[in-house]
Design a protein around this ligand. Sequence first.
Ligand SMILES: [Zn+2]
Length: 103
Amino acid sequence: MKSFRKFSQCSCKGRIRPSIVFFGEILPANQFLKAEKAISNCDLLLLVGTSGIVQPAANLPFLAKGAGARIIEINPERTELSYLCDDTILGAASKILPKLFVP
Ligand SMILES: [Zn+2]
């Protein structure tokens, strides 16, 4: 959290907006099209830390499934998309992801 604070204030003392989309904001159309294209061509989709109910992002896993991708969900609890997933790993992403990506 300390490093986040370091980057969240501009030299003019104004707050720097992080490069993320906040809940309720519109997704950038061009970026979303890129996501749709990429996800339609993936072999494996990791669905991490999402409720799976916020649109339009919640539709993305269906594109992956339609393309024949394997879907692994990582979330503290099952979601609306769990039935679509090949595997669901229950737990915090902060605990599970480091175990999956051992160097
Ligand atoms: Zn500034």
